[in-house]
Write a protein that binds this ligand. Sequence first.
Ligand SMILES: Nc1ncnc2c1ncn2[C@@H]1O[C@H](COP(=O)(O)OP(=O)(O)OP(=O)(O)O)[C@@H](O)[C@H]1O
Ligand SMILES: [Mg+2]
Length: 213
Amino acid sequence: MVAMTDSWVARLQNVGRVYKSKTGPDVAALSNINLDIHYGAFIALVGPSGSGKSTVLGLIGCLDAQTTGEVELFSRKLGSTDKGGRSDLRRQKMGFVFQNYKLLPSLSVIENVARPLVFRGVKHVRRLKIAAERLERVGLAGLGSRRPFQLSGGQQQRVAIARALASSPEMLIADEPTGALDTKNADSIIELLCELNEVGMFPVSAYGTHLSN
Ligand SMILES: Nc1ncnc2c1ncn2[C@@H]1O[C@H](COP(=O)(O)OP(=O)(O)OP(=O)(O)O)[C@@H](O)[C@H]1O
Ligand SMILES: [Mg+2]
């Protein structure tokens, strides 16, 4: 079980994000957003296309910076220009899952899962051991030697989840993780993410969807 505390790990205060354009009008994607995310939370951002879900996830996931307001993550205040702070936090704390899986087609499934550990200096044998454990955790034991294209969409998304788990991140950011899947597969992916959150493998989980899964 996750040790629940009252403390929040992410706080957005009066946050705005304006996308500047050289060719057309600027786009105010977010204005005056306030959001607290607590340790142990499983958050679904639900809204129509263009409502700003990916923009919010980009701020929480340290992929992007706000134009106005304050973003505080893991007790660190991030100004709109704090690129170094953002990339540190992203590397140390975040795991990502996207609609189109973003697996590397030239690598086997297990190598895809082990990939983030290369950048953390984990040795080859240990990388493969961790990756095999993660694959088992998402229900894909035994499929590690296949290539991504030899798996179904639902299985590929499980591989992407196993890859996000590889570096034991504190926060999972998933943008439309079920967007490319049918209802049955979509339900089972959300169920898996809930379960991983509950057992503390993704202690904080935030996902965006235009459907109310
Ligand atoms: N890089 C960008 N440059 C300019 N405008 C952008 C950019 N990214 C997003 N926007 C605009 O910001 C607003 C919010 O976009 P965002 O992608 O966050 O919405 P979303 O809720 O994730 O939509 P969807 O469900 O289609 O993924 C939209 O009006 C969009 O057109
Ligand atoms: Mg989006």
